[in-house]
Design a protein around this ligand. Structure first.
Ligand SMILES: Nc1ncnc2c1ncn2[C@@H]1O[C@H](COP(=O)(O)OP(=O)(O)OP(=O)(O)O)[C@@H](O)[C@H]1O
Length: 519
């Protein structure tokens, strides 16, 4: 770009009286110079809940309004972090959000994207410039002095014009956009929520999302089953969020509350009902009124309480410990268990009548090893969450890293995958992708795990009873990990990808207390 062309561009920008015209002039001139496939400019609306399109190259493109609740959308990330965001392979971004999908559909063959923040004089974010087809562009641009000068000029003029644009005009425009968004929202809010929060593109996961949507509309009780870490808590919360129930979501982990306290925790207690009850407490069932009560690890609920719960479910009334009068609570019940309740029923540990009452509808979450196609999408989703939370810029995964991840059995399922990605992201430099070696260094020694191709643990294979073999494996693995970590339950729970409460429960179950310190 020669001096005359620069002068002409600066003049065109200076003459602009609207932010739209300014950005159009800027993009029209610079896109061909850097041989990009396209570009666009967005301005933040007054309410801050969406980004409105202002200009684009090609200019004929009808750009979507971007929803700022799409937190994984790189343009929204740039706006919320006030930092440049470069994505070298946007095809790896899946389930990022509908408005982002609509945006990238205009440049279907583009691979890379660079989003740059636009700020006003008070350093508040006013908009975002987005360039397509610019792999590695950020570093190249930062090294080009001319670019920085032009960008500064655009940003300064943009800030001034944005402040000058009449508020009335903005409000009118935003009202139209808002009305359209609200109409869309009513129709698709729940679908969008599930697509962006329950990630995975396998046929199984798509079916699970459809089921969740169907379950959200019903008021019948739901039993969610699946191995540890498959997302049972997460699914319960999403079903509640996707439903029309405006009340709270109240989770209770039946395995984590001591037997003697669980009744009072659930139903509340009167003052003096038992030693230590110095004041009346309302309990979680009362708290869930109008919302959803989520009983996690329902298989561990003491038998005596199961009878009480059954009565509450049938009569919709409960009695706080020590109270004489019954109370009412209108809650929707969701339960979850990682252990087969049919076995607990056979062992006499779970009431069959309660089983049928809590299982009016069911949802089974498949282990991750049976839907390995989901692994890249979930890993990418977790990495975006990391980048957002830590204001980091880890640039995705190498192909070898993704291929390696897909080949892992991941007995801790999504939780294990999540912890692995977060730990690997912490050890990866800014702007670099996560490499396979980083993840391999973080995983368990080879003799304690098996990959799809690797050798399984021979001793366990020779056992005849699957349930016993699985229990033995879990016990061996937890005991071994606790010994390696000098008995630290916190570190063991973290490295195994399970909650501390779940580890505490398993330690009690297998009498592993000798190996541990206290929680
Ligand atoms: N499909 C998914 N998309 C995104 N995140 C997921 C998905 N499934 C699970 N997760 C995440 O994985 C982690 C583990 O999920 P969750 O705690 O719901 O598992 P769980 O089955 O309830 O485990 P446990 O039986 O040990 O309680 C959570 O951080 C959750 O948000």
């Amino acid at each position: 770009m020669d001096a005359v062309a620069v002068a002409q561009l600066v003049r065109a920008m200076a003459m602009a009286t609207q932010p739209e015209a300014l950005s159009q002039a800027f993009l029209d001139d610079i896109v061909p110079i850097w041989r990009w496939q396209g570009a666009c400019c967005y301005r933040r609306n007054l309410a801050g809940d969406c980004l409105l399109p202002l200009a684009s190259v090609p200019s004929s493109v009808a750009l979507p309004v971007l929803d700022t609740s799409e937190l994984d959308n790189p343009v929204v990330y740039c706006l919320s972090s006030a930092r440049p965001c470069q994505v070298d392979d946007i095809n790896r971004l899946v389930s990022v959000g509908e408005s982002f999908d609509a945006l990238r559909a205009h440049w279907p063959s583009t691979q890379a994207l660079l989003a740059l923040p636009l700020k006003n004089t008070r350093q508040e974010m006013t908009g975002v410039l987005v360039f397509f087809g610019v792999s590695g562009a950020l570093l190249a641009l930062q090294a080009a002095p001319l670019w920085q000068a032009l960008l500064d000029t655009h940003e300064r003029l943009f800030a001034r014009l944005s402040d000058l644009v009449s508020t009335e005009q903005s409000i009118r425009y935003e009202r139209t956009v808002h009305r359209k968004r609200e109409a869309d929202r009513g129709d698709h809010r729940a679908e969008r929520l599930l697509a962006s929060e329950f990630v995975g593109e396998s046929a199984v996961t798509r079916h699970i999302r459809e089921e969740m949507l169907r379950l959200a509309d019903s008021t019948l009780s739901i039993l969610i089953t699946g191995e540890t870490g498959t997302g049972k808590d997460h699914a319960a919360w999403l079903i509640h969020q996707a439903s029309a129930r405006g009340g709270p979501f109240v989770p209770v982990n039946c395995a984590a509350i001591p037997n003697e306290l669980i009744e009072a925790e659930l139903f509340g207690s009167t003052r003096g009902a038992f030693t230590g009850a110095t004041q009346a407490r309302s309990g979680l069932v009362a708290e869930a009124h109008g919302g959803t009560l989520f009983l996690d690890e329902i298989g561990d609920m003491p038998l005596a309480l199961q009878g009480t719960l059954l009565r509450v479910l049938n009569e919709k009334k409960y009695r706080p410990v020590g109270a004489t009068k019954e109370r009412e609570s209108d809650f929707r019940l969701i339960c979850a268990t990682h252990q087969p309740l049919s076995r607990r029923i056979r062992e006499g540990q779970f009431r069959e009548d309660l089983y049928y009452r809590i299982r009016q509808q069911s949802l089974h979450l498949t282990p991750l090893r049976e839907r390995a196609e989901d692994i890249p999408a979930i890993a990418t989703h977790v990495l975006l969450q990391h980048n957002r939370a830590r204001h980091a810029h880890v640039a995705g995964f190498s192909d070898a890293a993704l291929a390696w991840l897909r080949n892992q059995t991941l007995p801790g399922n999504v939780r294990e995958l999540r912890n692995l990605v977060l730990a690997a992201a912490e050890r990866t430099g800014q702007g670099k992708p996560i490499h396979v070696e980083t993840m391999q260094a973080l995983t368990t020694p080879a003799d304690m795990r098996t990959t799809r191709d690797g050798a399984p643990l021979q001793d366990l294979l020779s056992m005849h009873n699957l349930t016993e073999a699985m229990d033995t494996f879990e016990r061996l693995m937890i005991g071994d990990r606790l010994r390696q970590l000098n008995g630290s339950r916190s570190q063991a729970a973290q490295s195994l990808g399970i909650p501390k409460r779940t580890l505490a429960y398993k330690c009690r179950k297998w009498n592993l207390d000798r190996e541990t310190d206290s929680l």
